[in-house]
Every structure is written in C-alpha cells, then in structure tokens.
Design a protein around this ligand. Structure first.
Ligand SMILES: Nc1ncnc2c1ncn2[C@@H]1O[C@H](COP(=O)(O)OP(=O)(O)OP(=O)(O)O)[C@@H](O)[C@H]1O
Ligand SMILES: [Mg+2]
Length: 273
C-alpha cells in the first residue's frame, strides 16, 4: 500500500451487537449509494462464518475468504462484481473455524490487503452480530465505526454493550449511530439520544448521529427477491434515506481519523485472539 491513491481509502465497519437489525442490508445499499456518487466501493463480508451479502444480492461466488486463508486464491480472485459496479469480497457459510480468526489468518488478510492494488475509495465492512473477537478486530481495523440499532430495547442494550467493550477493552472512542426500522426521524433521534446519554454518562464519550432508515416493507421484499433495495425499489422511503446517508457520509470530513488504510492493516493485529 505505497501509493498516495491507496491511502485515501475510507474504511468503515458496520456493527450492531444484536443480530438482525439491518447491518447487511444497510451496508450493501450504502455501498450502492456511494457507487452512484462515482465512488469505487469494496464491501468486505466480515460475517465470516455465516455470510449473507452474496445471498441478498444474488451474487454468484465461486471462491470466498476461505480460499484466501487456505492459500488457494488471492484477494483479487475472490472479488465479485455486484449491482452498480460495487465490488464484494464474499465470506463463507457454515465454516465455524472462521468465526474467530487466528493470528495466522489475520496476517494473511493483512498481507493480501497490503498487496492489493485495485482502486478503492471506500471499504465497507459488514460485521457479524455479537461481541466476538472478529467484530472487535474489524472495528479496530477500520477508521470509522457505524453502530446500527433499532428502537427495540434489546437492540439498544446490545449496541451500548458493544460500544462499551470497544471503548473499555480496545480504546475506541468514536462511534457513528444509524437508527434503523423506526417510524420517523423523531423516534430515531430519541433512540440516539438515549444511547448517547448512556455513553456520555457512563463512558464519557460522545456519539455522532448519522441518520435513520424507516421501517419499510420494501426492505424484506427486496431481500426475498434477492435484489438490492435501491435498485428494486428506487422510490421507497428506505431507499431515499439510505441515499441521503450515503451523500452525508461522502460529504463528511473524517474528523476522527484513526489512520489510513495503512492503519487498517496495522490495526488488524492489535486485537488479542
Ligand atoms: N428498515 C427496515 N424495514 C423493514 N424491515 C427491515 C428493515 N431493515 C431490516 N429489515 C428486516 O430485517 C432483516 C434482517 O436484516 P439484515 O440481514 O440486514 O440484518 P443484520 O443485522 O445483517 O443481521 P445479522 O446480524 O444476522 O447479520 C431483513 O431481512 C429485513 O427483513
Ligand atoms: Mg448481516
């Protein structure tokens, strides 16, 4: 990763704590939203043992990250093209060993990203649910972390628990919050405020609200059709929200820059297995 171009890659991990709150759908569609802004986006499916992105986008994947770890394939051989020119690095499904990467596997990933010379503006990382070492590893590695929560108390509690672990154990201080599956902006801001108040009071860190995606029946419909929401339902409210958030993200200055892609690589090693 020596050229100046590669160092401008923005790496963003999407995490939640609780499962099923919308990480994969939002990551895939944010990627398409950014691609429409003429950005080159690579999505890393970091739900390594139970991959999903390839399923919701109906991608034909011949190889996946397992082939990278076995040494059979290189990063560039795994990448498949998704809707609107996004690129996807697929995970594998039903491979339990990958649910907690060991040091060798991390090093292999680092090596591969290090020697990858494709043009990428954004690397979006769709993590798994829970507070596993893999989730910590990818959050540490990324420059920015987006926490997704719904209005359900369990989702909010788990979002807070994840923030707490990433802060207390891994010194992460900056978190963006995206509220999914709510009725409107008011409800979303209320969810955000409650989460932000807890983070401020008990951890002394401030969170950053980046927007909401409403509850929208088009989301499960698109999932069932295995089509990207933005393409299948361009006029629906969830699509409009995701496009607004993509624009906002793209216009945002990264004021809490943890580093560059170089950091991504270095960061990968810091999480204890
Ligand atoms: N805004 C929304 N409106 C309606 N339904 C939604 C919305 N967002 C997500 N869903 C529903 O929630 C389901 C789970 O979403 P998704 O797979 O993106 O969650 P996830 O957080 O990635 O789950 P996992 O933790 O299992 O990886 C979707 O298949 C869809 O049916
Ligand atoms: Mg998912």
């Amino acid at each position: 990763m020596e050229t100046a171009e590669k160092k401008t890659v923005r790496t963003i991990a999407v995490a939640s704590g609780k499962g099923g709150v919308g990480k994969t759908n939002i990551t895939a569609n944010l990627a398409i939203g950014l691609s429409r802004l003429n950005k080159k986006v690579l999505v890393l499916d970091a739900d390594l043992g139970l991959s999903n992105i390839d399923v919701i986008l109906n991608l034909a994947t011949k190889y996946n990250i397992r082939h990278l770890f076995s040494g059979e394939k290189r990063l560039k051989d795994l990448i498949v093209e998704g809707p609107q020119g996004i690129q996807v690095l697929p995970a594998s499904s039903g491979i339990q060993e990958l649910t907690a990467l060991d040091e060798f596997q991390r090093l292999r990933l680092i090596e591969e990203f290090d020697s990858y010379d494709g043009h990428v503006d954004y690397l979006l990382i769709d993590t798994s649910s829970g507070i596993s070492t893999n989730v910590a590893f990818f959050c540490m590695a990324a420059q920015e972390i987006i926490i997704i929560t719904s209005a359900e108390p369990t989702a909010m509690t788990d979002a807070y628990a994840l923030i707490k672990v990433l802060f207390t154990k891994y010194q992460e201080k900056y978190f963006k919050v995206l509220v999914n599956n709510v009725s409107n902006d008011r409800e979303a801001r209320d969810v955000y405020r409650r989460l932000a108040t807890a983070a401020e009071r008990f951890l002394s860190i401030s969170l950053d609200y980046i927007g909401f995606v409403p509850h929208d029946s088009c989301v499960p419909k698109a999932v069932r059709q295995q089509r990207a929401l933005i393409e299948a339902y361009p006029g629906c409210e969830a699509t409009k929200s995701i496009l607004r958030i993509s624009e906002k993200m793209d216009n945002d200055n990264i004021n809490h820059m943890k580093g560059t892609l170089q950091f991504f690589l270095g960061g990968l090693l810091k999480v204890r297995c």
